[in-house]
Design a protein around this ligand. Structure first.
Ligand code: ADP
Ligand code: MG
Length: 628
């Protein structure tokens, strides 16, 4: 509980005690009125101020206005009828504030449990200076610095381990509870907790660009993107509140006028004004206004606990309607860690060919490049390479030691006018041209991710009726992967622009209600990620461009999480729908009862606070998604 909530609680307790005490106090007349004003103002002064401000700014149709009018009206009625029953006005205000208090407590609690799981912001980084460790602000650590992470500390910045071995707890990032073992040479991302050994890490990014900063940015901005349901509530409130006020006015004036002027009956003004005031109390749409954003908030929080970052509640809504999932192959369904299977070369020595390959690829971040550099296994002298050109979906050209070298697929060779030899091994073939002459090819192959098979099956079970794979890789490899995973359709040898065109084609073929998700990892996937109804990026291996362009980020690159994300979104949207129906339903029933005179203000406020509490509790369910 924060200070504000504590102060509120004190006001509630004091007002309640005074109200109960006064009920039995043997005073009457103006003294009674003056005494009752104390608990009324203690509990309601801020609402009255808010209502007055609203009237001044001509934005009066809000909850505070409704509450102020209803309670002031009830007091005026009690004065007029000399009943001395001011308890009702105080109680209405009191319960309204109990509801508000509960709501701020619940929101605070779910915010806290999100920030708890988001408790990944590192406070410092250990930098070694002249043999002593110094704690510095992570913001001040430059790229390429060496930092030391002790057991029990958070990894503050993304980097590569240059010394030591340990196991990492990645649960805050990925929802994965099993520790991950790491050793020298492994890449590690910030936000993990180092559990056992001391690690020396060379940073590869600045703090602001590191995983941990990115995630925190995402989560902090997530709630600012509104979903359709939330828009609906805003629009609804804009029409609803004035409509209710008009109805209340009509209820107060029309029946008495009709009775006295038209039917010759006693007007019974106080009965009808009381009913109108009750009507106002009932109409307060608090439950709806609070529980919808809270449900989305909880849904996003629950998802991020499972390692699925959803960048806004609108995406949660789209995700829940996903019926078609399109995948990129390399890095998405496969690990993107290629092994060299064979080297078929001409006169040039095998090692020379791999050396050239590693050199031309020295600047690229494509998984193929990384693998070729690893296969070479020696430090690369960047000064030998110049004029690098990366041709997306084809390969790379550069000058190595002043000689033009090209590495890429058949398309690249055709573009360069180099005749190449077709290879019959199944795998990704990297053709090499040196000085305009064909020099041979390197056969590399990738493996599918461990859960890829189950992931596709889980998607089908979750109601996705079409899975499609798009890849720039050769047809033979693509067909083999798709068949082994049970993917419905495959399109291979696509350039990045072709991927966009294919997705557009698929978008045209489906109905408006079915949404299409694209899942990818590479820089070249960014346009498609934007174009799809919903873009899902691999967060750990994926390129920054892809993560930026995506609407949903899977922190641990596990394709299983796609169906999980869909299930989480469905649960959340289900809760939103339940709350809308429940809150509006109860409201309508109570409004009818109020207008007919079957409900008094007590019932009205109980119904309202009750509905709100139930709706908020229901909203919080969206946070619990572990076992979906
Ligand atoms: P995917 O769609 O499967 O992720 P890409 O579009 O990234 O694949 O690449 C398609 C093909 O283009 C690769 O299979 C490879 O043959 C070639 N290619 C792309 N980038 C490179 C590179 N840096 N070096 C060599 N070949 C590359
Ligand atoms: Mg890829």
């Amino acid at each position: 509980m924060n200070k504000k909530q504590k102060r509120m609680l004190a006001r509630i307790v004091i007002a309640f005690a005074l109200m109960v005490g006064l009920h039995f106090a043997p005073v009457s007349g103006w003294a009674r009125f003056a005494l009752y004003l104390v608990p009324y103002l203690v509990i309601g002064y801020d609402i009255l101020i808010k209502a007055a401000k609203g009237i001044k700014n001509r934005q009066m149709f809000d909850e505070s206005f409704l509450m102020a009018v209803a309670t002031v009206g009830a007091i005026a009625l009690a004065l007029y009828s000399k009943s001395g029953d001011y308890t009702e006005a105080v109680a209405v205000m009191l319960f309204y504030q109990v509801g508000e208090w509960f709501q701020s407590y619940a929101v605070g609690k779910s915010r806290r449990s999100i920030s708890e799981l988001m408790d990944i912001r590192p406070d410092y980084a250990n930098v070694e200076r002249d043999g002593v460790l110094e704690k510095v602000d992570p913001d001040e650590v430059g790229i390429g610095s060496v930092i030391v992470v002790q057991p029990g500390e958070k990894v503050p910045i993304d980097g590569v381990i240059i010394g030591g071995a340990s196991s990492l707890n990645t649960s805050a990032l990925t929802g994965e509870s099993a520790p991950r073992d790491v050793k020298q040479g492994d890449e590690i991302i910030s936000g993990c907790i180092n559990m056992t050994g001391v690690l020396k890490v060379q940073t590869t990014k600045e703090f602001g660009e590191s995983t941990v900063s990115k995630i925190l940015d995402l989560v902090e901005n997530a709630s600012s993107r509104k979903s359709k349901s939330e828009d609906f509530i805003t629009k609804f409130a804009r029409i609803y509140t004035p409509a209710v006020c008009a109805a209340a006015l009509a209820l107060a004036f029309l029946p008495p006028l009709v009775r006295s002027l038209g039917m010759g009956l006693p007007a019974e003004w106080d009965t009808w004004i009381y009913r109108a005031l009750t009507f106002l109390v009932i109409s307060c749409p608090c439950a709806l206004v609070i529980s919808i954003p809270l449900s989305f908030f909880a849904g996003i929080g629950g998802a991020s606990r499972e390692g699925v970052l959803v960048k806004g509640s609108n995406y949660l809504e789209t995700l829940s309607q996903t019926k078609i999932v399109v995948f990129d192959k390399t890095g998405t369904l496969t690990k993107g860690v290629f092994e060299v299977n064979a080297v078929h070369h001409n006169e040039m020595a095998k090692i020379k060919l791999i050396e050239y390959a590693a050199l031309v690829e020295s600047y690229s971040s494509h998984p193929i490049s990384k693998s070729l550099r690893r296969a070479y296994g020696r430090p690369i002298d960047n000064s030998r390479v110049a004029e690098i050109k990366e041709i997306s979906g084809e390969g790379v050209t550069a000058k190595v030691d002043g000689v033009p070298v090209a590495a890429g697929n058949a398309k690249l060779m055709t573009r360069l006018g180099v005749s190449y030899i077709n290879c019959h091994s199944v795998g990704t073939i990297i053709h090499m041209a040196v000085n305009g002459q064909y020099a041979g090819h390197i056969v590399i192959s990738d493996v599918v991710k461990p859960h890829a098979n189950e992931a596709i099956a889980a998607l089908k079970a979750a109601g996705v009726h079409k899975t499609v794979m798009l890849t720039g890789d050769a047809k033979a490899v693509a067909d083999q992967v798709a068949a082994s995973l049970g993917i419905d359709q495959v399109y291979a040898e696509l350039l990045p622009a072709d991927k966009v065109a294919k997705v557009e084609e698929l978008l045209k073929m489906k109905s408006e209600k079915e949404k299409l998700a694209f899942t990818g990892d590479g820089i070249n996937d960014a346009p498609v990620l934007r174009r799809a109804d919903i873009g899902i990026a691999m967060g750990a291996m994926g390129s920054d461009a892809a993560i930026e362009a995506a609407d949903v980020v899977l922190m641990d690159d596990d394709p299983m999480k796609i169906s999980k994300a869909i299930k989480i979104s469905r649960k959340c949207l289900g809760i939103v729908r339940q709350n809308i129906v429940f809150a509006i339903g109860v409201k309508l029933i109570c409004l009818a009862l109020g207008a007919l005179g079957f409900a008094n203000m007590w019932l009205a406020i109980f119904a309202d606070v009750g509905v709100m509490i139930l709706a908020v509790l229901n909203a919080i369910r969206a946070l619990f998604v572990k076992n979906l």
